[in-house]
Design a protein around this ligand. Structure first.
Ligand code: SF4
Length: 86
């Protein structure tokens, strides 16, 4: 992530101009064993909840420091928020 760029609140990496970083994340998701991957509907549902969360800044969750697009892709992934948003 560029340090000179203003943080993008409520944006995923793929939406905030971090295409190179998103490509790395996309490749890591693609390399996950299928049994460890959330199904596409669950992945999109999780991201839709992150996009409404005040903890999302430039694709990163402020609760845990993870890139949400990677965290949401893991079948056993969970939201670290005290209200467990997903
Ligand atoms: S707290 Fe949960 S819903 Fe909010 S950005 Fe982090 S993972 Fe997403």
């Amino acid at each position: 992530m560029s340090m000179s760029r203003k943080p993008c609140r409520l944006c995923l990496l793929q939406e905030c101009g971090e295409q190179e970083l998103f490509e790395v994340i996309r490749q890591r998701i693609a390399a996950m064993p299928p049994a460890q991957k959330a199904d596409p509907e669950l992945y999109e549902h999780r991201l839709s909840l992150c996009k409404r969360c005040e903890e999302l800044v430039s694709g990163t969750c402020r609760k845990c420091g993870c890139y949400v697009e990677l965290r949401a892709a893991k079948k056993g992934g969970c939201c670290p928020h005290e209200h467990k948003r997903w």
